[in-house]
Design a protein around this ligand. Structure first.
Ligand SMILES: [Zn+2]
Length: 236
């Protein structure tokens, strides 16, 4: 892989947990220069470990052993302080506010290379490879429904509910999302976040048979919550 360009950000602290998550974002700003400046501005108090430009250039902002400030108020599998347990990668994209557009292939190639390295260096189970919207469903929409999670799964990164058209009872959706890791305090937000990640064709926050079927498929893939908790030391 091309070596990341060092572009240190001062916005980081001490981790309070071991790394077991990878969180992907989009920058949601007009251009890469603005995003890079903000992620390194002490007054902004935000950062990430890496930023990947649309031309595939990777910037290293915060060392992985430090706690970067990318997830904010977030929760996954019932635990807050996602920043302490995660590596955060920002993808340059204007986002829903400034003209959301597909992620170029060259950017995705760089991301896959970078994320593969992160997964090789840390014990991160595939169900803990998430988007910002997965861990902050009420506040965040990134990296959004144009992000090709299925493509990453094809490279051994994260999970994808490869399926025909399995269906399940929509009434079970919220309970299944909670088991998977979502904060379901506001059910419609959790459902929309799940759809944005795993059923991007329609993100409406409404539990339907297809959404439920994909949640069921994912839980089957991880062996359900009980198996997951029984193997906290999952390793790749
Ligand atoms: Zn984000």
């Amino acid at each position: 892989m091309t070596r990341p360009v060092d572009h240190p950000s001062p916005n980081h602290g001490t981790r309070r947990a071991a790394i077991d998550m990878l969180v992907l974002h989009y920058t949601g700003m007009a251009n890469a220069a603005d995003a890079l400046a903000r992620l390194c501005d002490p007054a902004a108090e935000v950062s990430a470990h890496y930023l990947v430009e649309e031309d595939g250039t990777v910037h290293a902002l915060v060392p992985e052993e430090r706690r970067a400030w990318h997830a904010g108020l977030s929760m996954w599998q019932g635990a807050g302080d996602v920043n302490s347990r995660s590596v955060g990668i920002e993808l340059v994209n204007p986002g829903h506010e400034f003209g959301y557009r597909p992620f170029p292939e060259i950017q995705l190639v760089a991301l896959i290379d970078l994320a593969s390295g992160v997964l090789a260096r840390h014990s991160i189970p595939p169900w803990n490879v998430v988007g910002h919207s997965d861990v902050a469903p009420v506040r965040k929409h990134d990296p959004g429904e144009l992000f090709p999670w299925h493509l990453l799964k094809g490279h051994g990164i994260g999970l994808w509910p490869f399926t025909g058209d399995e269906q399940a009872d929509p009434a079970d959706t919220v309970e299944m999302l909670a088991r998977y890791g979502y904060d379901t305090g506001i059910p419609e937000a959790a459902i929309a976040a799940f759809q944005r990640h795993f059923r991007p064709q329609r993100v409406d926050g409404i539990a339907d048979a297809e959404t439920a079927g994909r949640a069921r498929r994912l839980l089957d893939a991880v062996g359900g919550c009980a198996a997951r908790q029984a193997s906290p030391s999952w390793s790749p």
